[in-house]
Design a protein around this ligand. Sequence first.
Ligand SMILES: Nc1nc2c(ncn2[C@@H]2O[C@H](COP(=O)(O)OP(=O)(O)OP(=O)(O)O)[C@@H](O)[C@H]2O)c(=O)[nH]1
Ligand SMILES: [Mg+2]
Length: 261
Amino acid sequence: MGESDLNFISGRVKPITVGIVGPESAGKTTILGAFYLLLGQGALTTGANSFSNSYTLAGWEAVATCLRWKPGQPPRFPPHTPSGAARAPGMLHLGFRREDGSLRDLLFADAPGEWFQKWAANEQAADAEGARWIARHADVSLLIADREALAGPKMGSARNDFQLLAQRAVAEARGRRLALVWTKGDVAVAPAMEAQIRKAVASVSSSVPEFTVSVYPRGEIDAAVGFRELFGWILSTKRAGVDLPTTESSRHDPLFRFGGR
Ligand SMILES: Nc1nc2c(ncn2[C@@H]2O[C@H](COP(=O)(O)OP(=O)(O)OP(=O)(O)O)[C@@H](O)[C@H]2O)c(=O)[nH]1
Ligand SMILES: [Mg+2]
C-alpha cells in the first residue's frame, strides 16, 4: 500500500501508524512476518481485540511466506527489503474490532534499514525521505536494537550507529509512543553493552518500555510470547485527544463579540 492508497483507511478514522526504525538486517521485516503468522493462528491478540480486516493481505503474505514451514522446506528469513526508487515506505494494514464494537486500524511501515542509516547520519539526506516520512507520521515508533550486531565483531560501530539513530528517533518522537525493541533475543549481549543501549534511549525519557523478540524459543519461553507482548503494547495505543480552549472562549469568538450583521 502506498501513500495515496491510505485514503481508504484514513477516510474512516485516522489509523495508528507504527514505524519500525532500525538499521539494515536488524530483523524489522521478521517482526512483521511473525505478527502475521501468529495472527493466522489466532494467537496474536486476545478476545478483546479480534481481527477484522486487512487491505494488504498480499503484502503480508509476501513478508511472511519465507517464514512458513512448507513440506520439504524449512523456513527461511525474509529477503532484504529493497530501498528502490520509491520514496514513501510500503504500508501494511490490519484492522481489529474491539469488544465495544469499534474498529481500530493499524498501519505498519516496513522500511529498508538503509533509509534509517542515511537519516541518522544526515537528517536532510535526499535519499532518507522515507525515514523522514516515518519519523513524522508514526504514532508509535519501535526503535530496534539488533542483538546480533551488538554482540558481533563490529559491535562498537553498531553501538555508535544505534546511539545516533536513537538520538534522532527520540527527538523526532516528541512525546509520541516509543519502545526499545531488542531483536534476535536468542543472542547473548554483554551486560555493559545492554546498559549503554538503554542509556542512549533513557537519556531523553526514562519511561521507554522494552521488549525482546526472537523467532527462536529462549529456554522455557515460547518464541511467540515476545511478539505477542509487543503487539499488545502497540494495540493499547490511544490517540491523544484534542485540547480545545475552554476558558471564556465565547468572548474571543467574533460572532459573540461583534454580533451578526
Ligand atoms: N538469531 C536470530 N536471527 C534473526 C532473527 N530474526 C532475524 N534474524 C536474522 O536477521 C536477518 C535480517 O532480518 P530482516 O527481518 O530481513 O531484517 P530487516 O531489518 O528487515 O533488514 P532490511 O530489510 O535489510 O532493512 C535475517 O536474515 C536473519 O538472519 C532472530 O530472531 N534470531
Ligand atoms: Mg526488511
